[in-house]
Design a protein around this ligand. Sequence first.
Ligand code: ZN
Ligand code: ZN
Length: 281
Amino acid sequence: MPGKGPTLKLVTRAQLGWPASAAPAQATTRGVKVHYEGTPVSTRLLTDHAACIAEWKAIRASHLANKTENYSDVAYNYAACPHGYLLEGRGIGKRTGANGNQDLNRAHYAIVGLVGSSGLVTPTDAMLGAIRDGIDLLRQHGAGPEIKGHRDGYATTCPGASLYAWVQKGAPRPGTTTPPTEDDVSLTAAQAKQLAELHDVLVPYAGWQYKGKDEETDAYAYLRGTNASVKAVDAKVSALKPVDLTDAQIAALAEKVAAAPGLADAIAEKVAQKIADRLAE
Ligand SMILES: [Zn+2]
Ligand SMILES: [Zn+2]
C-alpha cells in the first residue's frame, strides 16, 4: 500500500540527555491532540537540525521553569521537527500537561509540531510525517482513534491554521492519498462471499425469541435448546475459513474508521438492521 512502512526517526530522551519522565501515568486516551509552539519560531530550523534539538530542549527548560503550571517535565508527549524527526517528550504511557486542564489532559495525548505564530509557520511534509509517526506510535500504546487540535475544546489558536487544516483532514501522511474512501477497500468476490457466509452463521437468533407472557414456557428446555444452538453456531464458526483480509485492506479500513469516528457506529447500525430484518422474516 502506498506510504506503508515509514521509517520512524525517533530521538529518545536518553539521546537528549534527559532522565525518565516524572509525568503521571496515562495508559489510554481517546486519541491525540496536535499543537504548535504559538510563539515566533526561527526559519533556521529548516536548515539546521541541531537548532531543532536546541529548540526542543529550550521548550522543556521553559516548561520546567514555569512555576504557574508546575510542570514535572516538558508538557508534550512528542515533538516533530522539519526534518521528520520525532523527538521524545513524556513519551508513551504518560499524561500530557499541554491540553489546557486535567480533564483534557486525560482525554488525549499531545504532539507539538515545531512551527509557530511567525517565522517558521508552515510545517514541512517531513514534519507532518513525523507527527503522523507519533500518532501511530501512541495508537500502538493506548491512544484511541481521535485526532484533534488543541483548540478543540479549549480557547486557543493552537495548533495554527496550517496544522489545524491538516488535522481536520484526518492528518494524512504526506505523499499518500488523503484518508481512503470506500473504493480503496476492494474485496475480492471470494472475500465478499466469506463475509456473507459469516454473517449468515452469526444470525441464528430467530429460535431464541421470547414467546410472550401467556405462551407455554419451559426454562429448562429453553436453556438446553439455547446451549445446543450456541454449540451449533460455535461449530459452524469454527468450520469457517478465515476471511483473509490483507494487511493493506485492514490498514485501509482502520484508517478509514479512524478518519471518520462515526463510521464504526454506522457499521454497527447496519449490522443491527440486518439482524432486525432477519428476525422479522
Ligand atoms: Zn497547544
Ligand atoms: Zn530537525
